[in-house]
Design a protein around this ligand. Structure first.
Ligand code: HEM
Length: 147
């Protein structure tokens, strides 16, 4: 119960427009694993990581990612209601060449963004609460990968 309050409160405190936070998250992701940039076929039009991150297609994807997190935060009491959606989302990511191992780096990038965006409010229990939710989401998405 405490976990949910921590997650909801911190997510709300990021403000209405989550895209800038998503950009921090994906900048971090591409810093940790630059090869992931190539999975976005539209990335060939970019000269640099920064160019990519400000391109409309990237911002679209960042927006979609933030909407998925938003859906998870709004459904903390019944995450299983998102199962079909997340399974399918996993399938789509397998299709574009993402491997399930990459979700570890995505998780680190999410926590990095929260740390940057929340400052003092980023505490050990808060970090753990987010990690718990993220682990559930990723577990469901990973079931979308066919072996
Ligand atoms: C679609 C890549 C992580 C949510 C896509 C597409 C690519 C992609 C190439 C298709 C093109 C597009 O719609 O822009 C990646 C990579 C990731 C990643 C490389 C990190 C390793 C995530 C995460 C989420 C997410 C963590 C949310 C939790 C979505 C959504 C779509 C999408 C909602 C649209 C799916 C649809 O068309 O129905 N992703 N993605 N992605 N991604 Fe990701």
């Amino acid at each position: 119960v405490k976990d949910k309050e921590l997650i909801r409160g911190s997510w709300e405190s990021l403000g209405k427009n989550k895209v800038p936070h998503g950009v921090i998250m994906f900048s971090r992701l591409f810093e940790l694993d630059p090869a992931l940039l190539n999975l976005f076929h539209y990335s060939t039009n970019c000269d640099s990581k920064q160019d990519c991150l400000s391109s409309p297609e990237f911002l679209d994807h960042v927006t979609k990612v933030m909407l998925v997190i938003d859906a998870a935060v709004s459904h903390l009491d019944d995450l299983h209601s998102l199962e079909d959606f997340l399974l399918n989302l996993g399938r789509k990511h397998q299709a574009v060449g993402v491997s399930t191992q990459s979700f570890t780096v995505v998780g680190e990038s999410l926590l990095y963004m929260l740390q940057c965006s929340l400052g003092q409010a980023y505490t050990a229990p808060l970090r753990q609460a987010w990690l718990n939710m993220y682990t559930i989401v990723v577990a469901v998405m990973s079931r979308g990968w066919s072996k």
